[in-house]
Design a protein around this ligand. Structure first.
Ligand SMILES: *Cc1c(COP(=O)(O)O)cnc(C)c1O
Length: 352
């Protein structure tokens, strides 16, 4: 995809013509604020963060920090209620319900399909290569129709755990005639570089990240999208005016300010990922453990469904993925603390 890619031609006509809601806090943030019908007496408890005032609709401070953290421009960042909101907005901006199509590469994250179904968008699936779990570039490009608007890639991929080869992602971004989403929810557990800085080069690239995994903040619901400014502008227009609440924005900033601790956690999880792999490898009923650049392992194990149920009886919950293509008899196991992993291994030995 070269720089002549014209984003307008991909945007739904109703969105092109949309006049966005104009929120009061877009104009003024300080002064005698009698413009937004907020409660002048405040919240019903002691509150230092001015919760009776609406939050910043364009999240300037948080987005500036994110931009500095990832080495991109603030204008290339969007923050939403989890990655879910970013995915939902892309459908609403680019896909005409009942007419357009998207492309996914299973086995992969289930939310792309759920969101497509919600928006009445048809899905074409091109399975990953069975041996390598890499995307099959030619087969993907052969499946494109004039109605195909978005290609979803997840790297490192959930549930397989592998990173897609940079060369394959690059070919797809260059040749796919639509939006290419690279979901990097697990990028901080990988040694591969993020694609976030490439949004300046590729006008059709959208990179998704989240504070739910490496930052350990799944509870605050904060997802980040990176894209060229025109796409970001559309996302800002279509989102709910005050999508990110003040406590979330404040905790997200606190998370970034504690990045050294995050790095420490990432290193510990990567180390533990290796330990867990070694211990699982010793078990007779474990057939294969796939390479992982994420904070989980995909494990092929005899009688996966029974083992899943037996573990659950012992209050140890993993994810059964045996119904996914190429994932016969597989469990997806999140890397826990050393104690948690020890409990898991002990239980697996008992069950076998
Ligand atoms: C966990 C995960 C996310 C995170 O979603 P949030 O809505 O940000 O919590 C996104 N993509 C993938 C592939 C994931 O596994």
């Amino acid at each position: 995809m070269n720089s002549s890619f014209n984003i307008e031609s991909f945007v739904r006509p109703n969105i092109q013509q949309l006049t966005p809601y104009h929120s009061a806090r877009e104009d003024f943030e300080e002064g005698l604020l009698l413009d937004a019908n907020e409660n002048s007496l405040g919240a019903p408890f002691t509150d230092e963060s001015d919760l009776h005032r609406y939050p910043d609709p364009s999240q300037k401070k948080l987005r500036q920090l994110i931009a500095e953290w990832r080495g991109v421009r603030k204008e290339n960042t969007f923050v939403g209620v989890g990655s879910d909101e970013g995915i939902d907005l892309l459908f609403r901006i680019f896909c005409r319900p009942g007419k357009d199509r998207v492309l996914t590469v299973p086995p992969t994250y289930g939310m792309y399909t759920v969101s497509a179904n919600i928006h009445d968008i048809a899905i074409d699936e091109v399975l990953l290569d069975e041996e390598t779990f890499q995307p099959r570039v030619e087969a993907i490009l052969d499946t494109v129709t004039p109605e195909t608007k978005i290609l979803f890639l997840c790297s490192p991929n959930n549930p397989t755990g592998n990173t897609f080869e940079a060369d394959k992602i690059e070919q797809l971004v260059k040749k796919f005639p639509g939006i290419v989403v690279v979901d990097e929810a697990y990028i901080d557990f990988s040694d591969q570089e993020s694609w976030a800085s490439h949004v300046a080069t590729y006008p059709n690239l959208v990179v998704l990240q989240t504070m739910s995994k490496s930052l350990g903040l799944a509870g605050i619901r904060l997802g980040i999208s990176y894209a060229q400014e025109e796409i970001i502008n559309y996302m800002m227009k279509v989102k709910a005016p005050y999508n990110i609440n003040k406590p979330t924005a404040e905790l997200a900033i606190e998370g970034l300010e504690n990045w050294r601790t995050v790095e420490f956690h990432i290193e510990a999880i990567k180390k533990e990922r290796k330990q867990l792999r070694n211990k699982l490898e010793e078990l007779n009923h474990v057939e294969h453990i796939y390479p992982s650049d994420a904070n989980f392992l995909l494990v092929k194990i005899d009688n996966a469904r029974t083992i899943y149920q037996q573990l659950a009886k012992r209050d140890i919950i993993v994810r059964y993925r045996g119904n996914e293509p190429h994932c016969d008899s597989c469990l997806r196991i999140t890397v826990g603390t050393p104690d948690e992993n020890e409990r898991l291994i002990t239980a697996l030995k008992e069950i076998a």
